[in-house]
Design a protein around this ligand. Structure first.
Ligand code: HSE
Length: 396
């Protein structure tokens, strides 16, 4: 097949943008011309010749020679405007912006359909792991039963460093920021929103389910305290932030992001630092495990490079699972095994939300309750008492 020549305009020249530039320089066999890079800050000193930069988005969006727009900016609303305009101007788009994609998934499907131009976003989920294209292309007839994974690099880095290197939470977070892993608003990472955006994208490609970010429940690692860290150590578990999607006996899909105690036997146990790991389970292949760097300039740029290469062969997502039209819905009534760690004052108010209780432990300052809880009740409790205690999924 003849390769299409790509003339590229890039939006954003931060961590990933610069990483992409370096990656392209080191890939001489892949001939792509970056014609212009649109940046925001007029006063920032930059590494390339001034002629490469513009501050006007239309210099890229209205340039007829540019046939691919790469969107790598931070602001998801501005990113959606750029991507919409690029698609409407019949330019193919590559984006790494999971928040923008998750918040506008349906609109982006429609824009691709109307304009007959592709939008690729492998870098938006798990950076270097080619999970979207695998979900889209490979698991077609051997039907997926579940995907479970660590999809956020920063929180995995923080959990690793606080566990193995005895750093404090804020020291580890600062390091994750300085290494370019964390979002500019790091609460998106630590409160599980980034993982939720990625999960929303993954379930569209895995199960054909289209939902809004508010439909998926997420808890992050920000409320985890000493008691549950101690509990994990005593039992030989690691705490990981895990995104889950699995078919339930109701013929629906349960979907949520929660911290989890992970056993040494699980592939997720040894996923360290900013690595991500995804376990898929299908009807015939059984389980498979994908591991790779989930954040950082070059790992993310490697996925953008792969999307660019795919565009040169006219690749586009076919959204096969959406077209198969199984009409799967989210299961909000699924029951999850959890530990709830509380200060002693909070222990009473949570009890009615539990479905069943296995163990109650309490001393003067704090305690924990283990048992099962219905996902909707968990959400109701968190809506009512957002900052109280911490929930961690128990290992199965
Ligand atoms: N903040 C994200 C993470 C970057 O830590 O995973 C990669 O998507």
């Amino acid at each position: 097949m003849k390769k299409k020549e790509l003339v590229v305009g890039v939006f954003g020249f931060g961590c990933v943008g610069q990483g992409l530039y370096e990656v392209l320089e080191k890939t001489p066999g892949f001939k792509t011309t970056i014609k212009k890079i649109c940046v925001k800050d007029r006063n920032k000193r930059r590494s390339l010749d001034d002629s490469m930069y513009t501050f006007e988005k239309d210099d890229i969006l209205n340039d007829p020679e540019i046939n691919v727009v790469i969107e790598l900016i931070d602001d998801s609303e501005a990113a959606f405007e750029i991507v919409s305009q690029a698609l409407n101007n019949k330019k193919a788009v590559v984006s790494a912006n999971k928040k923008m994609i998750a918040e506008n998934f349906q609109a982006l499907l429609e824009l691709q359909r109307i304009n007959e131009v592709p939008l690729l976003y492998e870098a938006a989920c798990c950076a270097s792991i080619p999970i979207i294209r695998n979900l889209e292309e490979y698991y077609d007839n051997d039907l997926l039963e579940s995907i479970e994974g660590i999809v956020n690099g920063s929180t995995n880095y923080i959990l690793t460093k606080t566990d193995s290197d005895n750093l404090t939470y804020s020291e580890a977070l600062q390091l994750a920021q300085s290494l370019g892993y964390a979002e500019s608003n790091p609460s998106l990472d630590t409160e599980g929103y980034d993982a939720k955006f990625k999960l929303l994208i993954l379930i569209a490609h895995a199960f054909g389910i289209l939902v809004k970010p508010t439909d998926i429940f997420n808890i992050g690692i920000n409320l985890i305290g000493d008691l549950e860290i101690q509990y994990a150590k005593e039992k030989g578990y690691k705490i990981k932030l895990v995104a889950n999607a699995y078919k339930t006996s109701e013929g629906k899909v349960a979907c949520y992001v929660l911290p989890k105690f992970v056993r040494a036997e699980s592939n997720l146990y040894s996923v360290k630092d900013a690595y991500n790991g995804i376990i898929t389970k299908t009807s015939f292949a059984d389980t498979q495990f994908f591991l790779g760097k989930g954040a950082g300039a070059h790992p993310t740029a490697s996925a953008v490079l792969s999307d660019l290469s795919a565009l040169s062969y006219n690749y586009q997502y076919e959204y096969k699972k959406i077209l198969q039209n199984e009409n799967l819905e989210l299961d909000t009534d699924c029951v999850i095994d959890v530990m709830f760690r509380h200060s002693s004052k909070e222990s009473e108010e949570v009890l009615p939300y539990f479905h069943s209780i296995d163990e109650i432990y309490k001393n003067q300052e704090h305690g924990y309750i283990t048992g099962t809880i219905n996902l909707q009740n968990l959400k109701n409790y968190k809506d009512q008492f957002p900052d109280s205690g911490s929930f961690i999924q128990l290992t199965n």
